[in-house]
Design a protein around this ligand. Sequence first.
Ligand SMILES: *[C@@H]1O[C@H](CO)[C@@H](O)[C@H](O)[C@H]1NC(C)=O
Ligand SMILES: *[C@@H]1O[C@H](CO)[C@@H](O)[C@H](O)[C@H]1NC(C)=O
Length: 199
Amino acid sequence: MAKRGVFPANSSHTFFTLLSLLSFICFARTTGESRGAAFVRRLDPNKLGLGKEKLSHFRFYWHDIVSGPNPSAVVVVQPPTNASTAFGMVRMIDNPMTERPELSSKLIGKAQGFYASAAQQEVGLIMAMNFAFLQGKYNGSTITVLGRNPVFSKVREMPVIGGSGLFRFARGYVQVRTHNFDLNTGDAIVEYTAYVFHY
Ligand SMILES: *[C@@H]1O[C@H](CO)[C@@H](O)[C@H](O)[C@H]1NC(C)=O
Ligand SMILES: *[C@@H]1O[C@H](CO)[C@@H](O)[C@H](O)[C@H]1NC(C)=O
């Protein structure tokens, strides 16, 4: 009969196999890190000109123009059922963003993207859009919003998930409030306030 140690022969064998596997993995990781993978490397944020993170606050008005000869929001997918919530409908937008509620006030950019009716029991949208700014130093920079918009709630909140140009690494949120909804035309003016961290 074989002499028994603290562990039965089989489990001590397994233990040493595990141990050598672990040390191999550690060795592989260490050498991998010191050599560095060819496609990725560490960067000093200062080398990208990333200084201190800033918090910016924006306020503007977003015009959803669905009526008239020049709509800024057009249906690209009709709802497949007659559900009162228009579940399944998709609308593409190039909506003016202005400084004040009047469409004639200063144009600060365009909200470009789409929204789709994503709820069956209420009018609830999923919105995906870029705020393409046009003014001053922000001209050409964008902020990207992706979120849920239950349009009949007083305040809706959607995440800012990124940005470009001056808004690289952006994150934050927008809060939106309907300023005016024209029942006859379906046109809406919505107040947007945004809180955005960026560099
Ligand atoms: C929607 O309602 C209209 C008119 O009541 C009807 O003709 C049509 O077939 C309905 N469509 C669907 C997808 O149920
Ligand atoms: C914004 O940038 C575009 C493209 O570079 C340029 O044509 C336009 O004049 C700029 N607008 C303002 C207000 O600076």
